[in-house]
Design a protein around this ligand. Structure first.
Ligand SMILES: [Zn+2]
Length: 298
């Protein structure tokens, strides 16, 4: 079963870290669960809500350190970076590392569509020593503060707000920042009362310090050479993949159940790779092609 080490993990009430994640087997059952749980609109520029992400994380994790089958309430405490790591790992287990995107060049004189091939393995960060629970923010003469990484719980609070972006930032940073002091050493707060350079520094630390997959890519437009900036959301990638495969899963299950006499449960026990190998064999058998060719391709 696929495993991965989270950068932060969960910290229990005794202060112990739980970083070793065991993913649920990447079989038809998981595919169906994800295809029906992730919102159908998530293939576009849609935001996958924190509550949905937590529900999916719980479905994808067989264990997290000492937590067996952790529930959505437990995994909601994972950092954004850790959640993104799990989403990419589940996508890799289900469909491999290749990610083909089509983007439109942002240059007004070009506007051509560009095919971009991404290797998901290259988006993954090095995960070594655990991330600290608190990151130090130092703005020199403008003060200092500590902050923690945002989690699914924080994102769920933001999802419940219908306010402008700057107010959402203030709400988030009021939750994340602790121990803020100005240059004279006087405690300051809330977020909006912090010296501006300290706020800027804190936002940079939040965006760069916690370990997370690479989600912003720069690629050259093949037509005009302009640099295109691509923002990837691992949850949207996962949702898009599974939505595309949801209808096919029913069809594939039908074919295997019909020809082999297997039950739906038995078909769902197969990984997607194995399911496709049997389908390739079936196709070869039904069309009279050599079976070895199908096995080699599968
Ligand atoms: Zn271009």
């Amino acid at each position: 079963m696929p495993t991965l080490t989270l950068a932060h993990g969960l910290v229990d009430t005794d202060g112990r870290r739980h970083r070793d994640a065991v993913l649920a087997p990447p079989d038809g059952r998981l595919e169906e669960l994800l295809a029906t749980t992730l919102p159908p609109g998530a293939g576009g520029s849609v935001h996958v809500r924190a509550a949905v992400r937590a529900g999916v994380l719980a479905q994808c994790l067989d264990a997290l350190g000492g937590y067996e089958r952790p529930g959505a309430d437990v995994v909601a405490a994972l950092t954004r970076g850790d959640g993104d790591l799990v989403a990419l790992a589940v996508r890799r287990a289900l469909v491999g590392d290749a990610l083909a995107l089509v983007v439109r060049c942002a240059s007004p004189v070009c506007g051509e569509l560009a095919d971009v091939d991404v290797d998901v393995a290259e988006l993954l960060p090095e995960v070594g020593e655990p991330d600290p629970e608190w990151f130090d923010v130092d703005a020199g003469a403008h003060g200092r503060a500590r902050l923690r990484a945002a989690t699914g719980v924080d994102d769920a609070v933001l999802d419940g707000l219908d306010t402008p972006a700057d107010e959402r930032t203030a709400t988030l940073m009021d939750r994340l920042v602790a121990d803020a002091h100005d240059g004279a050493g006087t405690a300051v707060g809330p977020w909006r009362a912090l010296p501006a350079p300290l706020r800027t520094r804190a936002l940079v630390v939040l965006a760069t310090a916690p370990t997370a997959p690479t989600t912003v890519l720069e690629v050259g437009c093949p037509s005009c050479g302009a640099v295109l900036e691509l923002a990837l959301d691992p949850w949207v990638l996962l949702a898009r993949e599974l939505r595309a495969g949801g209808g096919r899963l029913v069809l594939e299950t039908h074919c295997l159940a019909f020809h082999y006499g297997w039950s739906q449960d038995e078909v769902y026990d197969l990984t997607r790779e194995r399911r496709w190998a049997y389908l390739a064999l079936l196709r070869a058998q039904l069309t009279g092609a050599a079976l070895e060719t199908a096995v080699d391709r599968g």
